[in-house]
Design a protein around this ligand. Structure first.
Ligand SMILES: Nc1ncnc2c1ncn2[C@@H]1O[C@H](COP(=O)(O)OP(=O)(O)OP(=O)(O)O)[C@@H](O)[C@H]1O
Ligand SMILES: [Mg+2]
Length: 150
């Protein structure tokens, strides 16, 4: 879906270990990733690269508190990085605000990141963003890891 929306040549690199499982709603987390990819495509009007990486991480009580995670333990960290326009400080400061958009009226409602933020928090996770104008943006989501009991 992201590829169809992309203008110019889009390279999609996915590097996620197959045994990694996040604990959560498939539909909601699918929406989260799709929305991040659509944002990335919109930020790359002449093409570029989206890199999705995943890894397992563990946080003790102190680290979990610092990161504002709902609990300590094992997590899945998923990064979605693009080589797009990036965001200036003013845009970055408001990116998660409901109805904040820099896109034309028919292209964006400004609810995408607000929904992502809510969904990730509801899952007991956190979302962080790093962006540099002219270089690109990286969203990092930390979600509770599903660990099989068997
Ligand atoms: N990957 C990105 N690169 C550059 N800017 C971004 C990126 N993701 C979000 N933004 C900025 O944050 C704003 C808010 O994003 P958000 O997804 O909430 O809304 P939207 O994409 O404008 O509209 P909607 O998602 O509702 O269609 C965007 O308008 C854009 O300015
Ligand atoms: Mg969006």
């Amino acid at each position: 879906m992201a590829r169809r929306r992309a203008k110019g040549e889009l390279k999609l690199v996915v590097d996620v270990p197959t045994e990694l499982r996040a604990l959560g709603s498939y539909d909601e987390l699918h929406q989260v990733l799709l929305n991040l990819c659509i944002n990335a495509c919109d930020a790359m009007p002449t093409g570029g690269r989206i890199t999705i990486t995943g890894r397992g991480v563990a946080y003790d009580a102190k680290d979990a508190l610092t990161k504002q995670l709902a609990r300590a333990g094992e997590f899945v960290e998923i990064s979605v990085a693009d080589t797009g326009t990036g965001m200036d400080e003013a845009t970055l400061a408001r990116a998660f605000e409901p109805f904040f958009t820099t896109k034309p009226r028919d292209k964006g409602t400004g609810l995408g990141l607000a929904m992502i933020h809510t969904a990730v928090r509801l899952h007991g996770g956190v979302i962080e963003v790093y962006s540099e104008v002219g270089r690109g943006t990286r969203f990092r989501i930390t979600l509770p890891r599903y660990v099989s009991k068997h």
